[in-house]
Design a protein around this ligand. Structure first.
Ligand code: ADP
Ligand code: MG
Length: 247
């Protein structure tokens, strides 16, 4: 059974059809790189999976449960339960500026009382260690580099033990010399078999880390496939054109 099953997802902003008819599946342990020109609907697609956008039609099943069934949503509690299976990392980090790094990690689990405070503290320490920021627990976001902020955001997304991580252009706001440290953390997660959807312009990551590449243009999935075939032998003229300009 697919961990994420999206069928015929549709979304408009007023007259603008942003997602025309999107269908795809994500299996456990997949790392899916989503690429495509700006404005093609990549962020809207990702945001709709965690209920940050309300969609107009289609079906989304997460781990066998309906987040959206033919355009209809379940109860608020059910939506929370389902979206709680996913963590999201944004282009602009979205850290709480008034909270220390440690508190950024601990605030949601403490509020949700998922574990005892001691266990939450231990988990935060472990995750900061994992992203190489054990020494920054008491720092505030303003005093971190972009790469450090994004690594904190990844650690924070992992605090609630998600089954799936969604990344929306996690390195696009970073100076080029800082992208590597973030991509490294993401690559480590992939090697630990974290299921991930990564919207990215990093073609190297798509080629080397993803097991599937999905190309979106104008609110549609134009082409998808295993990276080697996708990059070496793209079928659709729009994919060929995009790769010519972006490789
Ligand atoms: P991408 O992430 O691929 O760049 P987006 O999903 O952000 O694309 O946007 C797709 C289209 O939807 C764009 O034309 C964008 O301007 C439009 N759009 C996104 N969010 C909104 C919104 N809240 N209101 C109106 N238009 C929006
Ligand atoms: Mg976007």
């Amino acid at each position: 059974m697919a961990l994420i099953d999206v069928q015929n997802l549709k979304k408009s902003f007023g007259p603008l059809e942003v997602l025309k008819d999107i269908s795809f599946q994500v299996n456990k342990n997949d790392v899916i790189a989503v690429i495509g020109p700006s404005g093609s609907g990549k962020s809207t697609m990702l945001r709709s999976l965690v209920n940050l956008e309300t969609i107009d039609g289609g079906t989304v099943k997460i781990d066998g449960e309906y987040l959206i069934e033919q355009g209809k949503y379940p109860s608020t509690q059910q939506i929370k339960t389902i979206t709680g299976k996913m963590g999201m990392v944004f282009q602009h980090f979205n850290l709480f500026p008034h909270l220390s790094v440690r508190d950024n990690l601990e605030v949601a689990p403490k509020m949700l009382k998922t574990e005892a405070p001691k266990a939450i503290r231990a988990r935060a320490n472990d995750l900061l260690q994992k992203v190489g920021l054990a020494d920054k627990a008491d720092a505030y976001p303003a005093n971190l580099s972009g790469g450090q902020k994004q690594r904190v955001a990844i650690a924070r997304a992992l605090m609630l033990n998600p089954q799936i991580l969604l990344f929306d252009e996690p390195t696009s706001a970073l100076d080029p010399e800082l992208t590597g440290e973030v991509l490294k953390v993401m690559k480590d997660l992939a090697e630990e078999h974290m299921t991930m959807i990564v919207v990215t312009h990093e073609m190297g990551f798509a080629k080397e880390v993803a097991n599937k590449v999905m190309f979106m243009a104008d609110g549609e999935v134009v082409e998808a496939g295993e990276p080697k075939t996708f990059f070496e032998n793209p079928q659709h003229p729009r994919t060929q054109d995009f790769l010519r300009k972006n490789l």
